[in-house]
Design a binder for this molecule. Structure first.
Ligand code: BJW
Ligand code: ZN
Length: 311
């Protein structure tokens, strides 16, 4: 590309040493080496599917069973994945720099704050959490697969850290459910919002809200058109304003196309930050256009590059 950015790890080490206040904006590419699929870009299963069109309230309204199968599969995969070297390296950076020095803003939904272990999973935490990332330095922008909410707008039921897998018999990960029910519908060029499509699973077989008893439970993740968790956003704003400066932002494994998460790159710049992009694909942010002199661009697997950058 035409980027003026440096690709030198030693130069990055110097910039890192000179940075007092650091942000990371992470995306699905951070967990790719752990076997979790990305939404877009190279190497992700979901790029062949219309996965993002399942991440909407409209899709759930129209076919809750189909949307639930997508999330049941992702809960199952996240519970069985292990953190990779990039998760561990970021957790170590967090310990070294402390709360004032480093905050990790993650768009990934594979985790929750540490909690009691719930059988049968001996280790039911998110990947960053299992890498012992300090919780106060991990901001989950799109929440987590393991919070459940009620789809009924007027009901405030919230079930935090629910690691039950499967959530109910109808949501068991079977070839029938995944290959016959989920995959064709998610891949289909037909509009799966079409109300005439047969539903994936009868509604009475899906998990219902124990509080209002009328609403269906839904994954507590942030879908398109929904607001990000306000305490999380406020916490980040406070951190940025408290120091009135950001020296460096690491943009790791994300297309940085989804707003408002993507806006933290520009916000950090406004507060003086250099930008360091780590991505498998040189079509991304890095080489494309807006990296400048003083910025960094590293192409490859985050699980390999991030540990080298932070060592
Ligand atoms: C590797 C690698 C390896 C692979 N190593 N790298 C038009 C313009 C601007 C904005 C909008 C617009 N129309 C609508 C909007 C707003 C909308 C939006 O931004 N849409 C865009 C698509 C344009 N945003 C919203 O709707 C947000 N809410 C909102 O606006 O609310 C308004 C409101 C305000 C107040 C009150 C009420 C409402 C919410 C956005 C929520 C996004 N949610 C999702 C789903 C979460 C649940 C789930 O996981 O299913 O979040 S969408 C999906 O994208 C998910 C991800 O977190 C997010 C970002 O994806 P990410 O992480 O960047 O992954 P990929 O796959 O895109 O990229 C992976 C990268 O890794 C690639 O670059 C690879 O190359 C790379 N890679 N392997 C390193 N080994
Ligand atoms: Zn309810």
């Amino acid at each position: 590309g035409m980027s003026k950015a440096s690709t030198s790890i030693p130069e990055f080490h110097t910039a890192l040493l000179n940075s007092k206040r650091i942000l990371a904006l992470c995306g699905a590419g951070l967990s790719a080496a752990s076997g979790l699929d990305t939404f877009r870009g190279k190497g992700g299963m979901w790029r062949n599917y219309r996965a993002t069109s399942l991440a909407t309230p409209e899709a759930f309204e129209n076919d809750p069973g189909l949307v639930w199968l997508f999330y049941a599969l992702r809960r199952h995969q996240a519970l069985n994945a292990k953190p990779n070297m990039a998760h561990f390296a970021l957790a170590e950076l967090a310990r070294q720099k402390g709360e004032e020095g480093f905050q990790c803003l993650s768009q990934n939904v594979d985790g929750t704050p540490p909690t009691l272990l719930s059988p049968p999973h001996t280790n039911p935490l998110g990947l960053s959490q299992r890498a012992s990332h300090p919780p106060s330095q991990l901001k989950l922008l799109h929440s987590t697969l393991f919070n459940l909410k009620c789809f009924n707008d007027s009901c405030t039921y919230l079930d935090i850290d629910n690691f039950t897998d499967p959530l109910c018999p109808a949501l068991t990960i079977t070839p029938e459910n995944i290959e016959t029910r989920l995959a064709p519908a998610a891949k289909s060029m037909h509009n799966h919002l079409d109300p005439r499509r047969p539903k994936a699973i009868p509604e009475d077989e899906l998990p219902h809200c124990p509080s209002c008893e009328t609403g269906l439970l839904r994954p507590g993740v942030v879908w398109f058109g929904e607001a990000l968790p306000s305490e999380t956003i406020e916490g980040i704003d406070e951190w940025i304003e408290a120091g009135e400066s950001v020296d460096l932002i690491l943009v790791i494994g994300t297309t940085a196309t989804v707003w408002p998460a993507s806006s933290y790159v520009e916000i950090a710049r406004r507060f003086g930050a250099k930008v360091a992009v780590v991505n498998m694909d040189d079509g991304e942010l890095g080489s494309a256009s807006d990296l400048r002199e003083g910025d960094f661009w590293f192409q490859g697997d985050a699980a390999v590059l991030v540990p080298q950058m932070l060592e």
